[in-house]
Design a protein around this ligand. Structure first.
Ligand code: AMP
Length: 292
């Protein structure tokens, strides 16, 4: 697999592939790759003629006091995984290459960036959309692949792409989980064995939500509270939020109607922040005039 740190060289390589008639897929990551990332690269490989993975620990999406400096960096292993998953090119820019001296532009998705994750991590999504816009301009892909794991992130990126007429198809890939249900994450390696076993309760809480959505008429906010209760009874988990929201607008669902919603969880386990989510199917409500 070719490794290229320079934006202008990546741009030229991609244009060359395009002139050969290849469709281009891009998979943005921060490295410390695991099976979740690999699933994105494999999906891109299956759907595109030329696959670019990007590895960049983007400083602007970390807040003060967050884990930027200790974020895992495992480039040699990452390149092996990219190669094995079928990437053609890995873009490994430097911070100075992405944020050239004197740069003065950010991209903000104004409202969606301020709720949920954005409320807990002020400025985080401005960093995400600013770097993803740059990565999409440099790699100019036909398709860009993101994980459902970061549910709000893919909602914002879809919004940005639509609002700025960026000519790319955004593809959201399913969450890859460990055998006990824990969503794979580069941050899981921060967990000590005790924390690691507690972390499995995030998925159990999502299963509680899924079960309540399908077998009861509890309201979305009651389902959200049931997730919080499940997490709190575990002990050693600090709940930052649980929510049941509309999958496009991220607005809290006020009442049960049929259709879908998404259950979201953010917690701290020790010093490690974890997020997870699950799409919920709400069965159509039966009116009083209908018989069972
Ligand atoms: P990150 O390196 O954490 O920025 O993640 C890069 C991409 O991989 C993002 O689009 C994530 O949503 C996606 N991703 C991370 N973890 C998973 C997972 N467990 N399953 C599927 N996609 C994931």
């Amino acid at each position: 697999v070719d490794v290229e740190p320079t934006p202008s060289d990546v741009f030229l390589r991609v244009q060359q592939a395009r002139r050969h008639g290849l469709t281009v897929g891009c998979v943005p990551t921060m490295g410390a790759l695991h099976a979740g990332h690999v699933s994105l690269v494999e999906r891109a490989r299956a759907e595109c003629g030329f696959v670019v993975a990007t590895i960049f620990v983007n400083p602007t999406q970390f807040g003060p006091g967050e884990d930027f400096s200790r974020y895992p960096r495992t480039l040699d292993d990452d390149l092996q995984l990219c190669r094995a998953a079928g990437a053609d090119l890995v873009f490994t820019p430097t911070a100075a290459g992405m944020y050239v001296a004197g740069n003065d532009t950010i991209v903000q998705v104004c409202e969606l960036s301020k709720v949920l994750e954005g409320a807990c991590r002020p400025g985080h999504f401005d960093g995400v959309t600013t770097v993803v816009a740059r990565l999409l301009n440099i790699t100019a892909p036909d398709r860009a692949y993101f994980g459902q794991k970061d549910f709000q992130q893919q909602v914002l990126i879809r919004r940005m792409v639509q609002d700025l007429f960026i000519p790319v198809e955004v593809i959201t890939c399913p969450i890859v989980r460990e055998p006990d249900g824990l969503a794979m994450s580069s941050r899981n390696r921060y967990l000590n064995p005790e924390e690691r076993s507690r972390a499995a309760q995030l998925y159990q809480a999502l299963l509680v939500a899924r079960n309540l959505a399908s077998t009861t008429t509890l309201s979305p906010s009651e389902i959200s509270r049931a997730m919080t209760r499940h997490l709190e009874k575990t002990g050693g988990i600090e709940v930052q939020y649980t929510a049941v929201v509309d999958a496009e607008t991220l607005a809290p669902l006020s009442a049960r109607t049929g259709g879908t919603g998404v259950a979201l969880i953010a917690v701290r386990v020790g010093t490690t922040r974890l997020i997870d989510n699950e799409v919920l199917m709400f069965p159509p409500l039966r009116g009083p005039h209908q018989s069972a």
